[in-house]
Design a protein around this ligand. Structure first.
Ligand SMILES: O=C(O)c1ccc[n+]([C@@H]2O[C@H](COP(=O)([O-])O)[C@@H](O)[C@H]2O)c1
Ligand SMILES: Cc1cc2nc[nH]c2cc1C
Length: 346
């Protein structure tokens, strides 16, 4: 299923992009003066194959999962917070829910590996198992589980698109997940763990060295092949990271734009793009996360991050804000006139 979905991803329409550039350049303003709003319209025009793209149904998919690597002391938050926050998402009281409400976006929550028997039936149950394995002692998951995690993301994206979603945001909840994210970036980008590892959700600085050592040990022990993204995901990744990569692939295969959120979502995007480079043309990055590795993650992805707000929560919070920015870009395109339409020339 993963292979056939990857094959379905079409190139975006370059001719329409050129027509959109022509229109945006001719709006009554100095060329380029609305900056990234202009670039957003052009990218969305190429995706939707129209000079007048639109979005109506915004959804953020939050994938929640736990991590075996947690037992190495790489995070300070109790592990139970993954479940508690997944339940809080259903109550609508988390950071992402608050921002999504303001952006008129839905939030859905998917359990791909929470380490508990989840009772709340509004959390979609796609549990692979109760958390990954500790990747200093073996692979985080089997190759089959890695593929399954991506396929879950594809399935969920497809079902949301079938129900009318026309833009998706990727969110996550997983205590410990900055560790596999740093490991993925270290392997795929060829960086030292010390260059891409930060404090996540407020790990005390004196424990950072240990977190870096754990990542280093895990990579040396498992020897992931940087040219095989499934191998990287299975050896040092996480279930929610695979599922987010799947949601990006699923969105792209249906011609639907997907927002890359923070650091963890960026690690997922690296996997998705490595599986099929065309996915990138369907992705919008939201913010520049304050997490240490974000700069190099962003460099590897080659996507602009319009929002510099010092965010480092994850959950899909940046995606919620980005929905509004995209709507502002569309307002520019829909409500401004061109010099021709305005009846004057410069
Ligand atoms: O998105 C980000 O850039 C980001 C940066 C730091 C932390 N987080 C969130 O915090 C959790 C991971 O942090 P940690 O320290 O437990 O690895 C996880 O639930 C993420 O949603 C998210
Ligand atoms: C409360 C809390 C909420 C979170 N959301 C994402 N990561 C988180 C970490 C903590 C600690």
């Amino acid at each position: 299923m993963l292979e056939s979905t990857l094959r379905k991803i079409k190139s975006v329409n370059k001719k329409t992009a050129l027509k959109s550039i022509e229109r945006v350049d001719n709006l009554v303003k100095p060329k380029g003066s609305l900056g990234m709003l202009e670039e957003i319209v052009v990218k969305l025009s190429a995706i939707q194959n129209t000079k007048f793209p639109k979005i109506s149904n915004k959804e953020i998919i939050v994938f929640a999962s736990d991590h075996g690597i947690f037992e190495e002391g790489v995070a300070i938050t109790p592990r139970e917070v993954t479940l508690i926050q997944a339940e809080n998402m259903i109550l609508g009281v988390t950071g992402v829910c608050a921002l999504a409400k303001n952006a008129n976006s839905k939030v859905i929550v998917v359990d791909v590996g929470i380490d508990a028997d989840v009772k709340n039936n509004k959390i979609i149950n796609k549990k692979i198992r109760k958390g990954t394995s500790n990747f200093t002692k073996g692979p985080a998951m089997s190759r089959e589980e890695a593929i399954r995690s991506i396929e879950i993301g594809i399935e969920i994206a497809n079902s949301r698109i079938d129900l009318g979603a026309d833009i998706l945001g990727t969110g996550e909840m997983g205590i410990g997940n900055t560790t596999p994210s740093s490991a993925i970036l270290s392997v795929i980008g060829g960086y030292k763990p010390s260059e891409v590892t930060g404090i996540g959700a407020n790990l005390p600085l004196e424990r950072l060295e240990k977190k870096i050592d754990v990542i280093d040990k895990g990579i040396k022990f498992n020897k992931p092949n940087k040219n095989d993204p499934i191998d990287v995901l299975s050896k040092v990744g996480g279930f929610e990271i695979g599922a987010m990569a799947g949601a990006m692939i699923g969105g792209a295969s249906r011609g639907v734009p997907v927002i890359v959120d923070g650091f963890i979502s960026s690690a997922a995007a690296l996997i998705a793009i490595k599986l099929e480079p065309k996915v990138k043309d369907y992705l919008f990055a939201s913010h520049f996360s304050k997490e240490k590795g974000a700069f190099l993650a962003s460099k590897e992805l080659g996507l602009k991050t319009p929002l510099h707000l010092d965010l480092r929560l994850g959950e899909g919070t940046g995606a919620a804000i980005m929905f509004s920015i995209i709507e502002f870009a569309l307002a520019m395109n829909n409500n401004m006139v061109t010099f021709d339409e305005g009846g004057f020339k410069l």
